[in-house]
Design a protein around this ligand. Structure first.
Ligand code: PGA
Length: 261
C-alpha cells in the first residue's frame, strides 16, 4: 500500500523534459518554496523525472520541505531484474536510486513504442516484485462505441496473473489517449466521463479479484484551469500531470488548488 492512501495524489510525469538539470532544479526549488509557505504537510506528490536526472532529483526530494511530501518515481522499468536486456533499467537498480513509484504502461509507450499488454503485464509484475508502487496507465485510444470493451480487455490483460493483494498495491491512472496533450487534436475529458471509465475499470477488477486498486487518478491535459474539477471529484484520487508539471507557475497553481480541498 502506498503512503498516500488518504490524500489526493499529484504525479508529475516530466517525460523527457526539462532539457537541463538546472531547469529541473528550478522547478523543485519553486515547489519547495511553495511547500514551505504551507502550515503543515498537505500534499502527496510523486515526481517522475527523466532517467538521466533521477539520482540527483532523488537527493533533492530528500531535503527540506519536499522530504515529507514528495516521492521519487520512474517512468518505466525493465520486465526483469536478471535478464540481460540492452538499454533497460531493472526495478532493483531503480530502487537503489531511491525510486519508490513507477509508471507502467503509459500510452506513449503502448502506442508509440508498440509496448503490448503482455509486456506491460510483465513490467507490472516486475514493479511489484521490487516493491515499487506501480502507477498503471489504462485508457482507450478513441471514445467510440467499443471503448468499454476495450477498457475491460486492457485491464484484464494488464493485470493478468496478479493476486488480489498485489492489485491493492497498485495505483491506476485513467488516461484516455485522446485527452493527452501531445495527442493531435487532444481535448480534455470531463470528470463525469472519467468517472464512467473508472467505474468500468473498478468493476472489471472487482469481478475478477474482489478487490480494487488503492487509488484511481485521472490524467490527460490537466492544467491549472482543469485541475479543480477533477481534484474535487470524490471518485478521483488525484491527477497525473504531464506538460503542466514542467511549467513551474502552472504546477504550483495546481498544487494550490489541491491544498484548498
Ligand atoms: P498531459 O500528459 O498532462 O501533458 O496531457 C499526461 C501524461 O501523458 O501522462
Amino acid at each position: 500500500m502506498n503512503d498516500f492512501a488518504d490524500k489526493k495524489i499529484i504525479v508529475a510525469n516530466w517525460k523527457n523534459h526539462p532539457d537541463t538539470l538546472a531547469k529541473a532544479e528550478q522547478i523543485l526549488d519553486s515547489v519547495d518554496e511553495y511547500l514551505g509557505s504551507l502550515n503543515e504537510k498537505e500534499l502527496s506528490l510523486v515526481f517522475c523525472p527523466p532517467l538521466t536526472f533521477i539520482e540527483k532529483i532523488g537527493k533533492i526530494l530528500n531535503t527540506s520541505h519536499l522530504k515529507h511530501q514528495a516521492e521519487l518515481g520512474a517512468q518505466d522499468l525493465s520486465i526483469d531484474n536478471e535478464a540481460t536486456l540492452t538499454g533497460e533499467v531493472p526495478g532493483s537498480m531503480l530502487r537503489m536510486l531511491g525510486v519508490r513509484y513507477v509508471i507502467v504502461g503509459h500510452s506513449e509507450r503502448r502506442w508509440k513504442l508498440g509496448e503490448s499488454d503482455e509486456v506491460v503485464n510483465k513490467k507490472l509484475k516486475a514493479a511489484l516484485r521490487n516493491e515499487l508502487v506501480p502507477i498503471v496507465c489504462i485508457g482507450e485510444r478513441t471514445r467510440d462505441e467499443n471503448f468499454k470493451d476495450f477498457l475491460k480487455e486492457q485491464v484484464l490483460n494488464t493485470f493478468a496473473g496478479l493476486s488480489a493483494e498485489e492489485v491493492t498495491r497498485c495505483i491506476i491512472a485513467y488516461e484516455p489517449v485522446w485527452a493527452i496533450s501531445t495527442t493531435p487534436g487532444a481535448r480534455l475529458d470531463t470528470p463525469e466521463s472519467a468517472l464512467e471509465s473508472i467505474k468500468i475499470i473498478k468493476d472489471t477488477l472487482s469481478d475478477h479479484y474482489l478487490l480494487m486498486a488503492s487509488s484511481y487518478l485521472y490524467g490527460g491535459s490537466i492544467t491549472s484551469v482543469s485541475a479543480r474539477d477533477f481534484l474535487e471529484s470524490e471518485g478521483i484520487g488525484g491527477v497525473l500531470v504531464g506538460g503542466a508539471s514542467v511549467n513551474k507557475g502552472e504546477f504550483i497553481k495546481i498544487l494550490s488548488i489541491a491544498v484548498q480541498l
